[in-house]
Design a protein around this ligand. Structure first.
Ligand code: PAF
Length: 283
């Protein structure tokens, strides 16, 4: 497995990997890899003769008050896991290599309307713009045939699908199902911040979504009633402070008032102490 830190070297390597016309899979990550990332790698391995990954804790997707400096980093373990997953090359640039030495060197941003004005776009201003910009840069450097993203970041997946379509990247975006702990908590690098009690309480997010799904299966179509059912589960856990609990159209993420046969998705964001978790589930 090759490890490259310079954008130009990564671009040349990927060009040569694709020059025989072979498909190339790509798994972008911010490191601190867990079984959720490995599920993306296994899918990339199955579907492409070669696959590459990136490990880059992208500063532009963190707000001023967010956890950039304490974001978990475990480069050596990550590289070992990627090697075992059959990854052909890993791109591990630093912020200077991606954005230059000063803000003046980087003036081009990718904003995907209207996702910036909803859910994560509102609660984390600038976050989706940072994600969209770095993903577009990585797509230009790597030119994969397929790129793999977890469904756990459901809005991010929509943003990536939209920018791929809007900017005409000839890339297939593959969404991969969320991997969960036995008690239902979605795997996330941020779970490492939770103390023991918070970790136990965090499974209420999954239980709340299951309660919503069960109520809908039982015939409830009023979204306000579904919201009350889910909030009741969250409120039973004093360590959880919900930020939003929404039922949205799964295609465009607009809030629904009523379930009417369209594909719908539950979106939840909640704080446990300083840690913010998000999750989602099909209704
Ligand atoms: O989901 C992530 O890990 C990041 O948002 C991504 C897609 C690698 C962009 O930095």
């Amino acid at each position: 497995m090759q490890i490259l830190t310079e954008p130009r070297a990564m671009q040349q390597l990927c060009q040569s990997l694709r020059c025989q016309g072979a498909d190339l899979g790509f798994v972008p990550t911010m490191g601190a890899l867990h079984a959720g990332h490995l599920a993306l790698c296994h899918r990339a391995r199955e579907e492409n003769p070669q696959f590459v990954a990136s490990i880059f804790v992208n500063p532009t997707q963190f707000g001023a008050s967010e956890d950039l400096s304490r974001y978990p980093r475990s480069l050596e373990t990550d590289l070992e896991l990627l090697r075992e997953a059959g990854c052909d090359a890993v791109f591990t640039p630093d912020a200077r290599a991606m954005y230059g030495d000063t803000d003046l060197l980087h003036g081009t941003w990718v904003d995907v309307a209207p996702f910036n004005e909803m859910w994560e776009g509102v609660t984390r201003p600038g976050h989706l713009r940072g994600v969209a910009t770095v993903v577009a840069k990585l797509f230009n450097l790597i030119s994969p045939s397929r790129a793999y993203f977890g469904e756990k970041d459901f809005q991010q997946l929509h943003v990536v699908q939209a920018l791929t379509r809007d900017l005409n990247f000839p890339i297939e975006i593959v969404g991969v199902e969320t991997v969960r702990e036995p008690d239902g908590l979605a795997l996330s690098s941020r779970n490492a911040y939770l103390n023991e009690q918070q970790r136990r309480a965090a499974s209420a997010i999954y239980r709340a979504m299951r309660a919503g799904v069960e109520a809908a299966r039982g015939g409830e179509t009023d979204v306000a009633a579904l919201g009350r059912t889910m909030n009741a589960v969250l409120e039973a856990e004093p360590l959880i402070q919900p930020q939003y609990v929404a039922v949205v159209d799964a295609e465009n993420l607009t809030a629904l008032q009523q379930l009417d046969g369209r594909a719908a998705r539950i979106l939840i964001s909640a704080h446990l102490g300083k840690t913010r978790l998000i999750d989602n589930m099909a209704l």
